[in-house]
Write a protein that binds this ligand. Sequence first.
Ligand SMILES: [Zn+2]
Length: 428
Amino acid sequence: MFDLIIRNANLPDGRSRVDIAIGGDKIADVAVGIEATAAEEIDATGRLASPPFVDPHFHMDATLSLGLPRMNRSGTLLEGIALWGELRPTLTREALVERALRYCDLAVSQGLLAIRSHVDTSDPRLVTVEALLEVRERVAPYIDLQLVAFPQDGYYRSPGAVDALNRALDMGVDVVGGIPHFERTMSDGAASVEALCRIAAERGLPVDMHCDETDDPLSRHIEALAAETIRFGLKGRVAGSHLTSMHSMDNYYVSKLIPLMAEAEINVIPNPLINIMLQGRHDTYPKRRGLTRVRELMEAGLNVSFGHDCVMDPWYSMGSADMLEVGHMAIHVAQMAGIEDKKKIFDALTVNSAKTMGLDGYGLAKGCNADLVILQARDPLEALRLKPNRLAVIRRGKIIARTPARISELLIEGRPSLVDGSEYAPGI
Ligand SMILES: [Zn+2]
């Protein structure tokens, strides 16, 4: 007798019509035709059951602040940073907590149950850190929230940033951040990478830096980050976020850089929605895409996971907490439309991101946490195409969100009366 059994689910690895039995907060069994009963059963009717979506790169202190105190007129990264600088002194803990909790509601409804959020430590009041530490605790029953100490205005460029970052870590922030391309010089950027990796090594923490988020083909901070990762013994614990300059780098240089990144076991976190929106802004035509070299990095064996980065904030006016929207953009911008490509993109929104965040008990195997989402789609490829409704979101064995299937009524004589978009792929 189990607590919950999900019947007839398709899994991301291609298994179909599988039953998932849940006992307490763990997955007790995954097999075809489990002969047992449960207090509650869900018939997935051949829809996809996936481990929850994981966002490894977000800014929860800025989310849902769109229009405060004004809109970003140029649409650039730099005006976004300036705009955030105007808003920051007016932030209160209460308002930050309220916005973050509202975002987490949206995230849960989309089956997004783990988020790594950067937290700006530039304001010496550290009200952002206080607020998000409170949020981390309050959402813990339903979202794994990991926080990164992020010196948005530069670790060396902004007075007081060194002290503030250390205080944030003392307060319990989980990860050491950085922004070397925003320091005054390339050498200051490299020095910040060294200093921040040293702090991480001393404190036993992971690292996740905004790194080379420019179109500058000569930006070299990912090289420094990989080298310091190896030097400080941080292999596998360091993430390079964005890495957009790699799009513009010389190919010969990249042929040396990618093996170095692989040796350092760097976790790569592109943010396709933001990168395609913010990069290439100084170009006329042709305009660069600015997404890092996703296919090449995956082929070199690096762990690539995609972040949402922003939702309705000074940098990005759109977004919906739907990681499939992120993957949908990645397929287009990285030009990865093959069947195996799309499977890799789906992994980048789930298992790869969980690896980046170091989540324990993640997955759909026996013994894993009973966390999963059932989608109105048959398989990962269809999920990426449709960005479908999340029929059920389960956390530690309990259903925490439900959405009805999206079915349209058709009022045309001689044609079907109901249209379910998830039934239209050839071969289904
Ligand atoms: Zn970011």
